[in-house]
Design a protein around this ligand. Structure first.
Ligand code: SAH
Length: 413
């Protein structure tokens, strides 16, 4: 989620700019912000506060009446001046070691069942773990951090040794090549933080081996968030022909083949991703994978001239709407793509369609699918809604944290 925008919520009435000198270690909410805080709001602007923020630091938050609310992290560089990070006993400000070791231990504890020696899992999911500005993904003995706040950046000396020791990590990497860092005045970089450089690591997902390249792969190396949708595809695939559009390294295709698919065609523009898909198939002893390096839009156009049909299609494009302004165009894009995919379904065929745009709400996405199916010579039924896995919790007070939407649709014949 881009921290330059506050999640949907009550409209912002006019407010007065903060006044008075900054107080280190303390932030006071104005009256309006106090009521937003009580409703679970996590993000606040400078003009929600009684005084300007002092530095990128941990602060105690008090409400307009001076009553204690909890801890937050402030940032003078970003439009988002303050991000909540949960309660803390007493009224002192914890030092960085105490704060991070407590929060990180709690986040790891929440995922205790997902930490076999070769498992991939998101261990820290920002605000949902009361750690705004930090993502930690684990790929076996490799940890990949994504840091998007100045405070977290300046606390790596407390975070990295704790994680390395607690999780027995051989390698810790910062994948800080995300554009959102610019909003905090932070540089774009990929850097080794601890241990030895490791270009490739093998993880296990539901009994399937996947090869992850943490320095160069997309995101932190792998789309961990699609684990539940891949399990669903595996369940539906027996004896079916599968088309995996925007496949990346074919994690959906491999899941389908593991589930007994008769064939899987993975289509992506990235040559390296498709090489990894083939290597993954070999590693898992799976046959029946075809990879097609192509622009999906051209590929779909070329299929239109054939009578090829598929029993199961996965449609998992990159986020089309990077901002609210792009939403209308994005909706049209999703609709066209989904309609084309629906046309390629064999009778009784399944379409597993996804959107990872934060700005597209689940009802909007469903509405798009409804429109895409309009005018087709068959009906489409909605079988299931799937989100990201439980290691990517959605914070109820922050609807945008539900960014991944997957619909399991079926052609009715
Ligand atoms: N389904 C994947 C994740 C897909 S991410 C998984 O479960 O791991 C989106 C993918 O779309 C990326 O691999 C990117 O290379 C690819 N991509 C983006 N635009 C594309 C286009 N126009 N044609 C083909 N591939 C595209």
């Amino acid at each position: 989620m881009r921290p330059d925008k506050r999640p949907r919520g009550p409209r912002r009435p006019e407010s007065t700019p903060p006044s008075g000198p900054p107080t280190p270690g303390l932030a006071q909410l104005n009256e309006r912000a106090t009521s937003l805080w009580r409703r679970g709001q996590a993000w606040f602007y400078a003009d929600d506060l009684m005084r300007p923020v002092h530095a990128a630091e941990l602060v105690r938050v008090v409400d307009a009446e001076g009553r204690p609310c909890g801890l937050a992290v402030t940032s003078p560089a970003s439009k988002l001046a303050l991000r909540a990070c949960g309660p803390w006993d007493g009224d002192a400000i914890p030092d960085r070691e105490a704060f991070f070791s407590t929060r990180l231990a709690a986040a790891i504890e929440r995922r205790a069942g997902m930490l076999g020696p070769r498992d991939g899992a998101r261990l820290v999911h920002g605000e949902a773990d009361d750690l705004p500005g930090l993502v930690v993904d684990r790929y076996g003995s490799v940890l990949v951090l994504q840091v998007t706040s100045q405070f977290v950046e300046s606390s790596l000396d407390a975070i990295v040794p704790f994680l390395a020791e607690r999780l027995d990590a051989e390698t810790v990497i910062a994948r800080n090549d995300v554009a959102v860092r610019k909003l905090e005045g932070l540089p774009q970089e990929v850097r080794l933080l601890h241990g030895a450089r490791k270009e490739q690591v093998e993880i296990d997902e539901n009994g399937l081996a996947h090869l992850v390249e943490p320095f160069t792969g997309h995101k932190t190396g792998f789309y961990l968030d699609q684990r539940p949708a891949r399990a669903m595809v595996r369940e539906l695939s027996k004896g079916r022909s599968v088309l995996d559009l925007f496949s990346y390294q074919g994690a959906f295709s491999l899941s389908a083949l593991k589930g007994g698919a008769s064939s899987a065609t993975a289509v992506d523009q990235s040559a390296r991703a498709l090489e990894l898909a083939q290597l993954g198939a070999q590693k898992n002893g799976l046959t029946g994978l075809t990879t097609e390096r192509a622009n999906v839009f051209d590929y779909l156009r070329s299929l239109r001239e054939t009578d090829r049909r598929f029993d199961l299609i996965v449609l998992d494009p990159p986020a089309f709407a990077k901002s609210r302004r792009e939403l209308d165009g994005a909706l049209r894009g999703y609709r066209d793509l989904n309609r084309q995919a629906m046309r390629l379904l064999a009778p009784h065929g399944w379409l597993v369609t996804c959107s990872c745009s934060h700005h597209m709400t689940p009802p909007m996405f469903e509405d798009m699918a409804r429109q895409a199916s309009g005018g087709l010579p068959f009906k489409m039924a909605l079988h299931q809604r799937i989100g990201a896995g439980s290691d990517h919790p959605v914070w109820l007070s922050m609807p945008e944290s539900e960014y991944l939407k997957t619909l399991v649709l079926r052609r009715m014949d």
